[in-house]
Ligand binder design. Structure first.
Ligand SMILES: Nc1ncnc2c1ncn2[C@@H]1O[C@H](COP(=O)(O)OP(=O)(O)OP(=O)(O)O)[C@@H](O)[C@H]1O
Ligand SMILES: [Mg+2]
Length: 282
């Protein structure tokens, strides 16, 4: 399993009308790693993910999952992965456990196996105490964890997560990170998209940095930071009164201007384009 290339993306290209959305992108994902697709809005992350999961066809290039070609062996490819973002398919009036059992049955498990799998997943994602509550009473973070659990029912080898933590508060985000790390320890390979360098840094073994559909860098996050040169340190503070002390510390760390902005009662302090070596980076 070590170093086995479980996903191969070769010279993939996709246009929407005249717009080149994914341009000649190539990379491999190794079995057992967390691979991050990092990039700003519109970079082409979701489009790439859709092509890797047979939801979209590329114009040219090849994608293989576990050796199966996404264009010519789509059915076999679909058996290799789980994909999050299925919230719309989950019934709000039913409980988490009932939803998981239904998805288990839809995935071909018999009644008893579906129940056992549901209980196992509820335990893995710390949802056992809320298992009987209707989903309409779940918080955003609980829903995301349930989403993740649903996509794992059939024990896929590969898991695709499209922005798994966008919109979550810092504590729930870190719970999701823990859940994702645990999946990898259990033998899954994870491909996730994110707009946050911090998330890629915390989670991913390697990342592909995309911008305007082009692959700008590929490799471990540390190597990539040196490659791109400019770093950005951003702090999200839980308490507004921490703003001034944090600003003082950041000013000591960098010669660059420190910016302060307030959003949703969180204060964000950023130093744009710190040079590598200016201090700790995000
Ligand atoms: N079905 C579509 N038809 C036309 N253009 C599309 C379609 N889907 C995506 N695009 C365009 O392709 C580009 C890449 O979109 P994509 O959703 O892949 O970006 P992304 O990196 O996932 O961005 P975000 O961070 O906002 O999710 C964007 O310019 C988008 O407008
Ligand atoms: Mg997207």
């Amino acid at each position: 399993m070590v170093n086995q290339q479980i996903i191969e993306v070769q010279q993939v290209q996709k246009k929407f009308g005249d717009e080149l959305v994914v341009a000649d992108v190539s990379f491999n994902v190794q079995a057992g790693e967390i691979f991050g697709l990092l990039g700003p809005n519109g970079a082409g992350k979701t489009t790439l993910l859709k092509m890797m999961t047979t939801l979209l066809r590329q114009d040219s290039g090849t994608i293989r999952l576990n050796g199966y070609d996404t264009l010519t062996q789509a059915r076999a490819v679909r058996q290799q992965f789980g994909l999050t973002g299925q919230t719309a398919m989950i019934d709000q009036e039913l409980s988490a456990r009932e939803n998981l059992i239904i998805f288990g049955r839809l995935n071909g498990l018999n009644r008893n196996t579906a129940k056992a799998r549901a209980d196992e997943l509820l335990r893995d994602f710390s949802l056992e105490h809320s298992a009987q509550r209707p989903l309409s009473t779940f918080s955003g973070g609980m829903r995301r964890r349930l989403d993740l659990a649903v996509s794992l029912i059939s024990r896929p080898k590969i898991l695709f997560l499209d922005e798994p933590t966008t919109g979550l508060d810092p504590r729930t985000r870190s719970e999701m990170w823990t859940a994702i790390r645990q999946l990898v320890r259990q033998g899954s390979t994870v491909v996730l998209t994110t707009q946050y360098l911090e998330e890629a840094d915390q989670l991913a073994d390697r990342i592909a940095l995309l911008d305007h559909g082009r692959l700008k860098a590929l490799g471990p996050v540390t190597a990539l930071k040196q490659q791109v040169g400019g770093l950005k340190l951003q702090l999200a503070l839980a308490q507004a009164q921490a703003t001034q002390p944090a600003q003082r510390i950041m000013t000591q760390l960098t010669t660059q201007p420190v910016q302060v902005s307030d959003r949703d009662r969180l204060s964000t302090i950023g130093c744009k384009r710190c040079n590598a070596g200016d201090g700790p980076d995000s």
